[in-house]
Design a protein around this ligand. Structure first.
Ligand code: SF4
Length: 502
């Protein structure tokens, strides 16, 4: 057993290409300087708490969709006055609406396997958890999962999750992506299909990332877990994942490989959340500085109970609900153009609360046990011996769409941006100017119509029609000259045409 385990670690460690890190660290130091970030936090804490004038001055920069300076974020972290916190939350919601309008993009996670060579102390999939039932989907099993996701639930975009293991290497990833894109399932009117495959994977080499791009990758997601190097080493005892810098430059390699949609994140609860928020901002600033493109999305998962994962009980950095709300608001204000992903890790109440703070994407009908969409699950859609952690919200996509419609929010199934080149620098300009919201509104309405006709229950359809009507009226008001072209596409969609987009 030990021999097998150490040979897997050797395999993983051999994958690290030191030259692909070194060129980003000419002086041997990472761009992320923990001493400087701690210094900024300490300097901000040493001054009297920010007053209304100072907070509003910083908010004016966020409202102009400009990334904050670390010193400005450090000052906002010091705010505890309830009125000022409420002002910040209102500004976060306002900025979200300015950049992304009243849309929420939806997706589903798809775990392809639960084998992993690493032993992260907070994760149910860690190699040391001998209670986990390990499996990697076969091609046929994968097809069945996608048939449920695309043909029964109606999802159009997935985040496909791969562990770090030779059985799910880059060739396997490419084959899995091609399989997912190939599935077509008849729906009530049109056809169910996945149109965008995002990937959450271990840090890869540049040549491997090029292969993912060629296979039709949407967003490449790697979370640093924690930006604090000491905690990082403590919770990642395996040889491979212990290399902090290999992970830190994963997105540099992705950009070099031509992938300009990247998603960063931190697992909140491993270290002080204030430091993690500063780390995420530093990461965004570095990507902007090196490539002119910041992160397409930021994720802020919170540590959740997981089977046989000791660090979840041991951590002294557990994040309260109030602090999670502050984290989301601060990130929205610090990196105002970015997409922000709220997942079903959180329970329904917390998801309702955070939606107003600047969230742009969320999942629904989620299953994270391997094979969970097509299998009978043990309890409430979960099987802890097959999944990474315990989900807080297993409500259906139909429930989510109906609930959001009640709040005047439209769920977007749009996948057009990446397919017609609105990514990278182009999308940065569109987001900062508020123009991306216009394109997306058109495509959100068309895909909402599709999903309502193909998959919604009657109750949900009735709840959604007034939202749809209001959106169409707004398009007519905002874009009168373009409106006839949109109307034609809308009518064709209502009559059964599919996948029309601008
Ligand atoms: S967090 Fe990721 S790398 Fe670590 S054990 Fe879990 S699946 Fe493997």
């Amino acid at each position: 057993m030990t021999t097998v385990h150490s040979s897997l670690e050797t395999w993983a460690a051999s994958r690290i290409a030191m030259d692909e890190i070194a060129r980003w660290r000419p002086d041997g130091r990472d761009f992320l300087d923990p001493v400087a970030l701690r210094g900024a936090l300490a300097a901000a804490a040493a001054r009297p708490a920010p007053d209304g004038a100072e907070v509003r001055d910083i908010l004016s920069r966020s409202r102009a969709v400009q990334t904050l300076e670390p010193s400005q974020l450090a000052r906002l972290i010091q705010v505890t006055d309830p009125d000022l916190l409420a002002e910040m939350k209102a500004a976060a919601g306002e900025i979200k609406r300015k950049v992304y309008d009243n849309r929420i993009v939806t997706f589903a996670p798809l775990y392809i396997g639960n084998r992993c060579v690493n032993d992260c102390l907070y994760c149910g999939l860690r190699s040391g958890n001998d209670r986990m039932v390990r499996h990697v989907l076969t091609d046929n099993e994968l097809r069945r999962e996608v048939e449920v996701l695309a043909g029964v639930i109606g999802h159009k975009r997935l985040i496909v999750v791969f562990g770090e293991h030779p059985s799910t290497d880059v060739d396997f990833m490419v084959r899995a992506m091609r399989t997912i894109y190939s599935v077509r399932v008849p729906a009530r009117v049109g056809v169910g299909q996945i149109r965008r495959v995002n990937v959450n994977a271990p840090p890869l080499r540049t040549d491997e990332l090029r292969q993912l791009k060629e296979a039709g990758l949407g967003t490449y997601q790697v979370f640093q877990e924690t930006y604090d190097p000491d905690t990082y080493r403590q919770v990642h005892p395996s040889v491979y994942k212990a290399n902090y810098s290999w992970r830190l430059y994963a997105m540099h390699r992705a950009m070099e490989a031509g992938i300009d949609d990247v998603g960063i994140g931190a697992l909140f609860g491993l270290a002080d959340w204030r430091f993690e928020v500063m780390g995420l901002l530093a990461h965004a600033i570095e990507l902007e500085r090196q490539f002119g493109i910041g992160p397409h999305t930021i994720s802020f998962p919170r540590l959740e109970p997981a089977d046989n994962a000791p660090y979840v009980q041991q951590t002294r950095w557990t994040v309260s609900d109030d602090d999670l709300e502050r984290i989301v608001v601060l990130l929205r204000l610090a990196v105002p153009y970015t997409g922000m992903i709220l997942t079903a890790r959180e329970g329904p109440e917390m998801r309702r609360r955070l939606l107003d703070c600047g969230i742009t994407q969320t999942d629904a009908s989620s299953r994270i046990a391997v094979g969970g969409y097509s299998a009978e699950m043990v309890s409430g859609g979960q099987n802890v011996q097959r999944q990474q952690f315990v989900l807080g919200d297993t409500r259906s996509l139909d429930d989510l769409v109906r609930e959001l419609a009640g709040r005047g929010l439209i769920v977007s199934f749009c996948t057009a941006g990446y397919r017609c080149g609105r990514t990278g620098e182009c999308i940065m300009d569109l987001l900062r100017s508020g123009m991306e919201g216009r394109f997306c509104k058109l495509n959100a309405v068309l895909t909402y119509r599709e999903w309502l006709d193909d998959f919604a229950t009657e109750e949900t359809r009735q709840a959604a029609e007034p939202v749809l009507r209001a959106e169409i009226d707004e398009i007519q008001r905002q874009m009168p000259r373009f409106f006839p072209r949109f109307q034609e596409a809308y009518e064709r969609t209502a009559q059964g045409a599919r996948d029309l987009y601008f």
